[in-house]
Design a binder for this molecule. Sequence first.
Ligand code: FES
Length: 323
Amino acid sequence: MSSELTPPAPPRLLVRQTRWIAEGVVELRLVRRDGLPLPPWEPGAHVELTLPSGLRRSYSLCGDPTERAAWTVAVHLAPAGRGGSREIHTTALVGRELSVEGPVNRFPLLPAPGYLLLAGGIGVTPLLSMARALAAGALPWRLVLGARDRSRLAYAEELTALGGDRVRLVPEDEAGLPDLAAELAATPPGHAVYACGPAAMLDAVTELCRTAVPPRALHVERFGPSVEAEEDMERGRFEVVLRRSGLRLAVPADRSLLEVVRDRVPDVPYSCEEGYCGSCETSVLAGNPDHRDSVIGPQERATATTMMICVSRAASPVIELDL
Ligand code: FES
């Protein structure tokens, strides 16, 4: 296969171009400086960028997977965020190199007889590449994209060109919020549902799919903390035992497990710190995790043997990790 002949992705890629694609959304086009092709990727994949300040942020690849010359990500400005999007929006990045890790795909397009893609705001990015793949095939699909107003409907033209009347654009100031129940009711029961967007939207879709008869096959990707993760970090203190290092540490209510672990194991991997990228996934050897992330689905939590230590805590007085 040609991918076997492709050199591995270099740790740094050049920002060749930036483009304002919707209100508050800038697109970055990343290329190899030597012009060689980039590794292949599948719809739903994301990469992790290290910004000039050292902040690391994950973004879905939203370009055309068949285009090997460049990777494309789109970043929504979150003024109240933790600084990553603000840095991207306010720094002159064209001509600079950024460290890029990945791609990694935790949101793959799995086989199904048809698809309903539900996007809220910048959540359109992984679904755009899925729409491209589906438009090239013969299976039925529809996409619904909601945003506060028309100026914020990122990639609306591309989507309409891909899907025509399969694509429904819902500017909230004109049409209200997308009617998720109606969209699901209009979708054959066997079709897979893929959703990416704000936590409130994903919580609503999750509940609708869970209570549907029969339950819907739902796949979600969150780009912000879940409602649970936003809720209190005040379950009181607990202790963590790092089995490999033999350390026993107290985790106070106002610090995350990741923060406490990093004090003693500085190279522990992490990225989003909001429970949705999976970078900090750690094996649990004893104790009960209190899962608050978006990576491990509600149905998997009871049997999960790992946890995301950036947002999840312990539901037992002590938890032991494979660290
Ligand atoms: S750092 Fe992203 S899930 Fe924990």
